[in-house]
Design a protein. Structure first.
Length: 133
């Protein structure tokens, strides 16, 4: 659990603070799920869902007790040009959207993120619904 005044004290950068905050948030979520086993929760990797195509979506729907889709939605309903930089642009490729944040990192920032989120990310991965296969 979060120890007040320690997990977020004295970050070396804004990136480190955000990474620590992310870890605190997900540690709290995982702790709540452990303390309340009657809560039905499915953990899903955004990148794996976005990159897994229709098979990943079908597995998620089945795991959630939903019927598989008859057919996929059209790729785009946009009549105009697609602005790849807009957050709420539904015509963007899901795979590129899920991983786009990495392209914004400066050299070495991935190491900072991993240092402060790696243990929680590993736990989320271990507990997440496997969408491949």
């Amino acid at each position: 659990r979060l120890v007040a005044g320690t997990d977020l004290d004295d970050p070396a950068s804004d990136l480190e603070l955000v990474a620590r905050m992310w870890s605190v948030l997900y540690r709290l979520v995982l702790g709540d799920l452990d303390e309340h086993p009657t809560i039905a929760a499915t953990i899903v990797s955004h990148e794996k869902l976005a990159g897994g195509g229709e098979r990943a979506l079908a597995r998620l729907r089945i795991a959630c007790g939903l019927a598989p889709l008859e057919r996929s939605a059209p790729a785009s309903t946009s009549d105009g040009d697609v602005d790849e930089k807009k957050l709420h642009n539904l015509a963007r490729d899901p795979r590129s959207v899920a991983a786009a944040w990495r392209s914004q990192l400066e050299p070495g920032e991935d190491i900072t993120i991993e240092a402060h989120t790696g243990d929680v990310l590993a736990t989320l991965h271990d507990r997440s619904l496997q969408l491949a296969g």
